[in-house]
Design a protein around this ligand. Structure first.
Ligand SMILES: [Zn+2]
Length: 392
């Protein structure tokens, strides 16, 4: 194959987050707090993480190091601007000087927004990535530590935060390198209690990040290498951890795959994420579940345009048939269908409460989403509707 290195443009690639990974990594939080010069961090989390006993575990670590455990647990499942306002009120009331965000994608995102609003004027719509708001984000944010308790969004190493905004009423992405957590504490022990359904849905989100980034148009060999490694890890471990949540090596694989997926999608995502964002907004579908259900139909749509890459996906998922590229590409789609089935992801959108009459609106919203322009095959709104119908 000819080299794919572009000789006519300049590319940027960036992986700056410090990652502390391994069972018991949570014990390193006090050392990182000290290194970052925090005296009084605010723990940003949600009620479910408190109920699961994970915040208590963090507070135990902090109190042994004589650090106060100030908690804001008001983050809602699909966070809105209000969650960030409430969080920053708590941050100011308690005179905090940094943020420790703990939880799934939502608390980690709100943690970033609390950091932002502690030094930046509201409203958040000012900083909306879609309208070039990133230029208003200055570097003077207080330090942030991210502690994921799921293996999915990869928000712990990403430079974006998603929330629905009061001004526009829609889910909006705030995007800036200054939102990157300074440290990600990735402790697989924190994910062993995650129930099978959420393990599967969040795990398929990580998988979709890797897959869409890998086949995305554009030149990013670092992202490609991370994505293909993530695909291998999900392929060998997602089914195992859905079956046995205490499988620590498998949980570690999934945590690494989530990190790799989020690092890889700086290259771009694709039609599955465009549809998943729309399905979240219109049908209130879980983000990871939405991705998982539409992914085979998206791969089918992309099959001819990215046969070479999809063949590599099949091999990463364990195909050693040495078949022709087109056959391997078809095998990749079949393997993703089987993976979905093995972790009990429903087959069709109709099985997860999506209404047929909503499909046109879903396609319209998906077309407005910024994820699909890097899809390997160009999608018109009619294409997104056809994919959604196929998945339905
Ligand atoms: Zn995602």
């Amino acid at each position: 194959m000819m080299s794919d290195v572009p000789t006519d443009r300049i590319i940027e690639m960036s992986y700056p987050t410090k990652i502390v990974f391994g069972p018991g990594a949570i014990e390193r939080v006090p050392a990182e707090i000290e290194r970052l010069g925090m005296k009084r961090p605010l723990v940003v989390t949600d009620a479910g993480i408190v109920k699961a006993g994970l915040v208590e575990r963090l507070c135990g670590v902090l109190s042994r190091a004589r650090i106060a455990c100030e908690i804001f647990d008001g983050v809602e499942p699909d966070p809105s601007e209000k969650d960030a306002f409430d969080g920053v009120d708590a941050y100011r009331d308690r005179r905090c000087d940094g943020v420790i965000a703990m939880g799934g994608g939502s608390p980690l995102d709100v943690g970033k927004l609390v950091q932002l609003l502690s030094t930046h004027e509201p409203p958040l719509s000012r900083y909306d990535d879609a309208t070039g708001g990133d230029k208003y984000v200055r570097p003077d944010l207080p330090p942030g530590i991210a502690i994921p308790t799921t293996a999915g969004s990869g928000s712990e190493v990403s430079r974006s935060a998603v929330a629905s905004l009061q001004d526009t009423g829609r889910k909006t992405i705030i995007f800036s390198p200054h939102l990157l957590p300074r440290v990600a504490i990735c402790d697989p022990l924190l994910t062993v209690g995650l129930p099978p359904g959420l393990t599967a849905a969040t795990g398929m989100d990580a998988f979709t990040h890797c897959l869409e980034a890998y086949v995305a148009s554009g030149f990013h060999p670092l992202a490609d290498a991370l994505a293909i490694d993530g695909i291998q890890r999900v392929g060998r471990s997602l089914e195992r951890v859905v079956e046995d949540g205490k499988d620590l090596a498998g949980r570690g694989d999934m945590m690494i795959a989530a990190i790799e997926g989020a690092m890889a999608f700086q290259k771009g995502l694709g039609a599955a994420h465009a549809l998943a964002q729309a399905l979240g907004a219109v049908s209130k579908l879980h983000h990871g579940l939405a991705n998982a259900v539409v992914l085979p139909a998206v791969m089918e749509f992309n099959r001819a345009a990215s046969a070479h890459r999809l063949a590599a996906v099949a091999i990463a998922l364990g195909d050693n048939s040495l078949a022709r590229e087109e056959v391997l590409a078809a095998n990749a789609i079949e393997r993703v269908r089987r993976l979905n089935e093995a972790v009990a992801i429903p087959k069709r959108l109709r099985d997860v409460g999506v209404k047929e009459e909503d499909l046109p609106r879903i396609a319209e919203k998906a077309f407005q989403d910024t994820s699909h322009p890097t899809n390997p095959r160009k999608c018109a709104q009619a294409d997104l509707l056809a994919i959604a119908r196929e998945a339905f």
